[in-house]
Design a protein around this ligand. Sequence first.
Ligand SMILES: Cc1ncc(C[n+]2csc(CCOP(=O)(O)OP(=O)(O)O)c2C)c(N)n1
Ligand code: SF4
Ligand SMILES: [Mg+2]
Length: 279
Amino acid sequence: MKSNPFDNNKKPSWCVGCGHFGVLNSLKAALHNLEVPPEKTSIVSGIGCSGRIFQFLSGYNFHSTHGRALPVAQGIKCGNKDLNVIAAGGDGDGFAIGLNHTLNAMRRNIDISYIVMSNRVYGLTKGHTSPMSYGGFKTSSTPYGTTDNPIEPILLALSMGTGFVAQGFSGNIKQLTQLIERAISYKGFSFINVFSPCVTFNKVNTYKWYQENIYNLDMDSQYNNKDLTSAINKTIESKGLITGVIFEDITRQPNETYYVQSNSDMPNKNELENLINAI
Ligand SMILES: Cc1ncc(C[n+]2csc(CCOP(=O)(O)OP(=O)(O)O)c2C)c(N)n1
Ligand code: SF4
Ligand SMILES: [Mg+2]
């Protein structure tokens, strides 16, 4: 078998069994299958256990700040339109501190992919609730259980006009790899929410819990993922616990108006220095 050029021999520091391994392996396999070279790829991550993903793959990768993977990723794409740009981060990163960027990137529709690794908890900071935690979830900061309701990222994405909306599960690498391949190939903003269990701080939403509760749309030949109303209804009906391509708009064109067209559009060294000195 041909070796994967995205392998960089760095050993992930995640806990044994962390769902993020499934995302890493799927992303690596998807990039390899698409024959995208690392020198044409930029993986931009936020902060969190999930945010470490950029370290374990080759490419022009970038570790941004908490909740800011998307502005950086969009900037990279606009300045280097030939790069495949993938933003990745956690549910806290994308749906709490970074939610404004998530919603605006969805409606702006620049041609990047965004993978959220949802474990329904803040893993890195030792297990606080996240916007994906279910009501009643007990943590060190909510010993009597959180009283907030979880957000539903798929409905948010659909309501923002996202052209490609999918959901995967770290426990189903085969499907997740295919979803990532399709997201990267999609022309426009593509969004994948991944159920990626935190084995250390979330003892409720485990691999077993997902296996028992997820409905796999790949098994449903009647489901029409080109129809927005069906996508909304199915998401509500299943309380968001579906995997597969939930919606794909093949008519939507990516927004290329912000792309740098030539080097003369870029500030030169002096202009950049003046800009930096002005801050
Ligand atoms: C501006 C800012 N606020 C807070 C933090 C602390 N912090 C780091 S990671 C994190 C949450 C991580 O949770 P999530 O995004 O769900 O990723 P996970 O660790 O679960 O993969 C927080 C609150 C930070 N680094 N920067
Ligand atoms: S704390 Fe949770 S999210 Fe972080 S590496 Fe461990 S299992 Fe994964
Ligand atoms: Mg999390």
